[in-house]
Design a protein around this ligand. Structure first.
Ligand SMILES: Cc1cc2nc3c(=O)[nH]c(=O)nc-3n(C[C@H](O)[C@H](O)[C@H](O)COP(=O)(O)OP(=O)(O)OC[C@H]3O[C@@H](n4cnc5c(N)ncnc54)[C@H](O)[C@@H]3O)c2cc1C
Length: 259
């Protein structure tokens, strides 16, 4: 089975103080990690390929920093990577990202396309839009996959912690929920092994894309503002060292009957 997994590099919010620049994040000086959901998607793809045979390709739309994310996923076990990079792709909305991915999918032959359920901007939109553009069936929030002949049985996480099972024909697009598996550890040794691998890059012209259909020009969702909300009344920001904050928090919890 030929499996394509869409992966995105996202700011490491655990490590970084996020600053704003106009109506967007200040992307300079940020460190990036692979989007958490995408690690589960890659792990699932590797497990499927190990079971039924096939190849796993990871693909990203991103600037030069995204190369690191592709190599990390190759160190995890993906055999191939594709980097879609062009200035024209910058400031794409979800439709733009899906348009770029669709053009790349058209250049290959994939039975199964996996995305994460969501990424840092939280739209949860790219997978569904990509499926619609390809005219492939789509299932979201998938937390179980069983491979059959020409089709899959997929579990979906729904309200109240329930799961529903669906049969879905191949080729299809699935967005993967965390918890479907346990992504394997990637060590420095593995990353070093793929550091020299040549990763093919494609720009808008290579994909036959009209530049006005992507990027800021092609966006149908235009961000109007971006800000950190002010702390509302009643919110108390605890300051001090970690130990001081913990001690104050315990005091507050005790005073309010929480402990
Ligand atoms: C006006 C505007 C300007 C923006 N400008 C920027 C900007 O300058 N820089 C920026 O980084 N973002 C920018 N964004 C955000 C960007 O559009 C979103 O990242 C994009 O819409 C995808 O949304 P998401 O990250 O919530 O992904 P979701 O739809 O939540 O992601 C679901 C899955 O789709 C796949 N996916 C998502 N993005 C990619 C990708 N790039 N490559 C491969 N697979 C992917 C992954 O599998 C992911 O798990 C902008 C958005 C708007 C509306």
């Amino acid at each position: 089975m030929e499996i394509l997994v869409c992966v995105k590099n996202v700011p490491d919010t655990g490590e970084e103080e996020i600053e704003l620049d106009g109506n967007d994040l200040d992307y300079d000086e940020l460190t990036y990690v692979v989007n958490e959901w995408d690690n589960y998607a890659v792990e699932e793809a590797i497990q499927i390929a190990d079971k039924v045979g096939g190849n796993v390709t990871v693909i990203t739309v991103g600037n030069e920093d995204a190369d690191e994310v592709l190599r990390r996923e190759m160190a995890m076990g993906a055999g191939n990577a594709i980097h879609l990079e062009d200035e024209a792709f910058e400031k794409s909305d979800a439709k733009g990202v899906a348009t770029i991915l669709k053009a790349a999918v058209d250049k290959g032959k994939y039975d199964l396309i996996l995305t994460g359920a969501q990424a840092d901007a939280g739209y949860g939109a790219v997978g569904g839009m990509l499926a619609a553009m390809l005219d492939y069936p789509y299932a979201s929030l998938v937390n179980k996959i069983e491979v059959g002949s020409g089709k899959l049985t997929v579990g979906r996480e729904i309200e109240g912690g329930n799961t529903e099972m669906n049969e879905i024909e191949l080729p299809c697009v699935l967005s993967i929920q965390t918890g479907i598996n346990e992504p394997r550890y990637v060590g420095i040794k593995g990353i070093k092994q793929v550091s020299g691998v040549d990763i093919p890059k494609f720009a808008a012209s290579d994909l036959g894309l009209d530049e006005s259909s992507v990027g800021e020009e092609g966006a149908i969702v235009k961000r109007q503002d971006y800000f950190i909300p002010e702390a509302g009344e009643g919110a108390e920001m605890l300051e001090g060292s970690d130990d001081e904050i913990i001690a104050k928090l315990i005091e507050i919890l005790k005073a309010n009957g929480g402990l």
